[in-house]
Design a protein around this ligand. Structure first.
Ligand SMILES: CC(C)(COP(=O)(O)OP(=O)(O)OC[C@H]1O[C@@H](n2cnc3c(N)ncnc32)[C@H](O)[C@@H]1OP(=O)(O)O)[C@@H](O)C(=O)NCCC(=O)NCCS
Length: 178
């Protein structure tokens, strides 16, 4: 299995993975919109391949804290592994590779809205109790689903505030559970 940054020419590979994993068009459309959104930059789009076949994709996009606009932070959304390749550690490796690359480029915090049981395995912790507010309220049924991972620098202890996401993600439909 190989993980690397997606080339511009590999957009269809990323969209294929998103559609196959989620079984709908919404996440593929979100990826397409974010890749064309200047406010999402800098972004990191990673593809995982097995035998040259795309099997996983993750997108990290730029965000900022209202209280610290110059602190470099990112949002992980979406993460996708095609059904045939799930439970082989590919999702975890996409997260770790992204965290490593973002850390090297100076990003200090990564946020997401997702399954706490999955993401706590990958260094994320509930963000609301730490004083970080999501762009839109996340579902009441999942109070811990808004999560943060510190990449370096002690930023969790030093900062709090509301996270502002890229324009293409700035829609309540991406923050509620369907
Ligand atoms: C969620 C997803 C990205 C995980 O990718 P993956 O490559 O299968 O994950 P990994 O192999 O790294 O980890 C698998 C482990 O996570 C667990 N896991 C998977 N989805 C989970 C969930 N929703 N909640 C809790 N644990 C979950 C698996 O049970 C497995 O546990 P095990 O190691 O004890 O057997 C993948 O299942 C997927 O694309 N799902 C559909 C799209 C989606 O829901 N994306 C995430 C949105 S937040």
């Amino acid at each position: 299995m190989e993980i690397r940054e997606a080339l511009d020419s590999e957009l269809e590979d990323a969209l294929f993975v998103e559609r196959a994993a989620f079984g709908e068009e919404e996440e593929a459309e979100l990826v397409r919109n974010l890749l064309n959104d200047p406010s999402a930059n800098p972004l990191l789009s990673l593809l995982a391949f097995q035998n040259d076949r795309p099997v996983g994709h993750v997108l990290f996009t730029a965000a900022h804290l209202t209280t610290a606009p110059h602190l470099e932070i990112a949002i992980l959304a979406p993460l996708a592994v095609i059904p045939e390749a799930q439970n082989q550690g590919i999702g975890g490796k996409l997260i770790e590779t992204g965290a490593e690359l973002l850390s090297r480029s100076g990003v200090e915090l990564v946020f997401l809205a997702g399954y706490p049981a999955y993401y706590t395995r990958h260094g994320f912790q509930p963000a609301s109790p730490l004083g970080f507010e999501p762009p839109y309220p996340t579902p009441e049924e999942y109070p811990d689903g808004w999560m943060v991972r510190e990449l370096s620098g002690g930023a969790i202890a030093s900062f709090s505030g509301k996270v502002i996401c890229a324009d293409a993600l700035n829609d309540p439909k991406y923050w509620r559970e369907d």
